[in-house]
Design a protein around this ligand. Structure first.
Ligand code: ASP
Length: 350
């Protein structure tokens, strides 16, 4: 579908439609189910008023984002690659539930991104009177097409999420709210822009245009897991996860600034995992702050066991970064170097 105005559109944006509440409607049983993009096109005739060429490609059958898969992420990356030269920017319409995971995954897959990829969606479907779909989608389109006023270069060469008037870096985002409109937050990195009467870009926080050409990766390793710690966790449960067949990497979700139990059985489980070549990454359960292995006795031993500190990374970025880095199939030393480096603005190293 194209919404091209009659003459001289100022920009062109490709919308990649995956599904999500934004385009859902109620079925007979009163459950929300994904509909195709026509639903949005019919309810948002104002899309034609934008002075830009907006074209839409659906990823396939629209899905609730709880069903998103690694294959979907690779297909979104491939679609962006195929259409990279034809559009000024990209908007990915996506359910909110896993949007932060998808945006983080895309940030790793799209190396040297020189155009804007904005994820957005809605908390209330486009057909409902109090929908947030309009605000989110219209402004996301404007951001995807935004250029610096003087230099006319791309304003936000990043994968980001626009929601409820705030633009945040995709690999810093977390879904924090399922009832209110402000579904996403980035605790450890400032917003890239705010939408009031004007769009106010926070240029100092936005990544610079890359010098090299876009490189699209097509491999993520799914042999990873997340192990959230809790008081009372047993050896049997830890072993069940860390001894899973062909596991290659695990996020250990620790307490506070990266602390974990010092019980001998726990150390032994971690040691056996790293000896088997499983890469362990320490990510805090806290939403703000950072992992500092060695600050307390209860984290000092982790470094010796080969557990890497995740700095201020989110769980969403950590699991997708682990999939990405393991998918590169580098040596153990290079894998560790990449995991502890800032690849796409996902961590702040102090
Ligand atoms: N369950 C929906 C989804 O993630 C929620 C949403 O879109 O807000 O697809």
């Amino acid at each position: 579908m194209s919404t091209a105005p009659d003459n001289h559109p100022e920009a062109s944006v490709l919308v990649i439609y995956t599904g999500g509440t934004v385009g859902m409607a109620y079925n007979r049983r009163g459950e929300l189910v994904p509909m195709n993009f026509d639903q949005i096109r019919r309810k948002m005739p104002e899309l034609r008023q934008l002075n830009m060429r907006v074209e839409v490609q659906s990823l396939g059958q629209p899905i609730d984002s709880s069903n998103v898969t690694i294959e979907d992420w690779l297909r979104i990356a491939a679609l962006i690659q195929e259409n990279y030269a034809r559009y000024d920017g990209f908007v990915v319409l996506h359910g909110t539930d896993t949007m932060a995971y998808s945006a983080a995954a895309l940030s790793f897959l799209l190396e040297n991104l020189g155009k804007t990829v904005v994820f957005t969606g809605a908390q209330v479907p486009v057909g409902r009177i109090r929908t947030d779909a309009r605000r989110n989608l219209i402004t996301a389109l404007e951001i995807a097409a935004a250029r610096h006023p003087m230099a006319r270069t791309v304003r936000v060469p990043e994968v980001c999420i626009f929601f409820n008037d705030v633009l945040i870096r995709g690999n810093r985002a977390k879904k924090v709210e399922s009832q209110q409109y402000n579904a996403f937050r980035s605790e450890n990195y400032p917003p890239l822009a705010r939408a009031g009467i004007e769009l106010e870009f926070n240029d100092k926080q936005i990544r610079l245009l890359p010098a090299a050409r876009l490189r699209v990766h097509q491999r993520l390793d799914e042999r990873v897991t997340v192990l959230p710690l809790f008081p009372g966790i047993t050896e049997r449960m830890v072993r069940a996860q860390l001894e899973a067949a062909d596991l290659r990497g695990a996020i250990i979700e620790t307490y506070g600034s990266g602390n974990a139990p010092t019980a001998p059985w726990f150390l032994q489980c971690l040691r056996e995992a790293t000896d088997r070549g499983v890469q362990l990454l320490n990510v805090s359960q806290c939403e703000e702050g950072r992992v500092m292995q060695g600050r307390y006795e209860t984290s000092a031993y982790l470094t010796d066991l080969g557990v890497l500190g995740g700095d201020d990374i989110t769980r969403e970025a950590a699991i997708t970064k682990l999939m990405f880095v393991l998918g590169l199939e580098r040596s153990a030393a290079e894998t560790q170097r990449l995991l502890t480096h800032d690849l796409r603005g996902e961590i702040t190293i102090v």
